[in-house]
Ligand binder design. Structure first.
Ligand SMILES: [Zn+2]
Ligand SMILES: [Zn+2]
Length: 287
């Protein structure tokens, strides 16, 4: 039997102390909005106490300093992430992939709101269809999926214990956490953002630039591979039989199934809208 990630990931994702932090952050933002964001006093970071005059500055500070926190070995959330990753690794070719570090992503209120707005849009669209899709109507058909991405900064590096995002556009992990997924950058073959049900497949899908002789300025050796464990609003899933591109233009669907495994497990799923993905954990791996 194939082990698939749990279908209601929010239960496990919001249990480990992130919620109070998020609430506090929202309070900070609301205070700033109330005072017009101009020269507001008492706008402080709930994590480190640093003071800010504008909520934009507080958000920028959050993104560079507190967007991710490491889950150390033994942490209950880390154990869950390890189980999610390892169960699927054992069933794939890449059983030699080793989990090095795990970080929890603290998304901003703005990012969370955008994700929820997208869910509502998918539910609304589903409600207007003659054929009812219960999962879409209930929660937009939320799934837990993997997305493989390159990491080219010191986040979780061996030297020291960096847990800050970099600002480089070339570092896919940090760019995605800062700015969200991009249809242009993560979209594959014009059919959307690629996700997998197994960590092994996600790991294999990562293309490290420069390795193929790209000649970019980056040092390929410094580029690591990471898995983003994402909450995904799959919506209505189209399951084309052969060529993905033939079906990409069809309307009414929110995602496209690539490879479908036994027991209808959608091993590869392309999200047509990059807003459908919310990164929740960063898992840094080593082959
Ligand atoms: Zn702070
Ligand atoms: Zn980075």
């Amino acid at each position: 039997m194939r082990c698939t990630p749990p279908r209601s990931p929010n239960l496990l994702l919001d249990r480990d102390g992130a919620a109070p932090g998020v609430t506090a952050h929202r309070a900070s933002c609301e205070d700033a909005v109330k005072s017009g964001g101009k020269g507001a006093v008492g706008l402080s970071c709930h994590r480190c106490g640093e003071q800010f005059g504008k909520w934009e500055a507080l958000e920028a500070h959050h993104l560079s300093k507190h967007a991710v926190t490491e889950l150390v070995e033994g942490d209950s959330s880390r154990k869950i992430v390890e189980i999610i990753c390892r169960t699927s690794l054992l069933k794939s070719e890449s059983s030699c992939v080793r989990i090095e570090r795990v970080f929890k992503v603290h998304n901003t209120q703005r990012t969370l709101a955008r994700f929820e707005e997208y869910r509502e849009a998918v539910k609304l669209k589903a409600s207007k269809l003659p054929k009812k899709h219960p999962r879409c109507l209930a929660d937009g058909n939320e799934l837990l999926r993997f997305h493989g991405a390159t990491l080219s900064c010191a986040l979780g590096g061996a030297a020291g214990s960096s847990s800050s995002l970099c600002a480089s556009d070339k570092c896919a992990v940090c760019r995605i956490i800062r700015h969200g997924f991009s249809a242009r950058k993560e979209g594959k073959a014009g059919v959307g953002v690629f996700t997998t049900s197994t960590s092994g497949r996600a790991y294999e899908s990562i293309e490290v630039p420069g390795v193929g002789g790209g000649g970019g300025g980056d040092d390929p050796a410094a580029t690591r591979r990471a898995l983003l464990v994402c909450r995904v609003i799959a919506g209505r899933v189209h399951k084309p039989l052969e060529n993905l591109k033939e079906f990409a233009g069809q309307t009414g669907f929110d995602s496209l199934a690539g490879k479908v495994g036994p027991y209808s497990n959608i091993e590869e799923l392309y999200l047509l809208n990059p807003r459908a993905l919310l990164p929740c954990f960063v898992v840094i791996c080593k082959a």
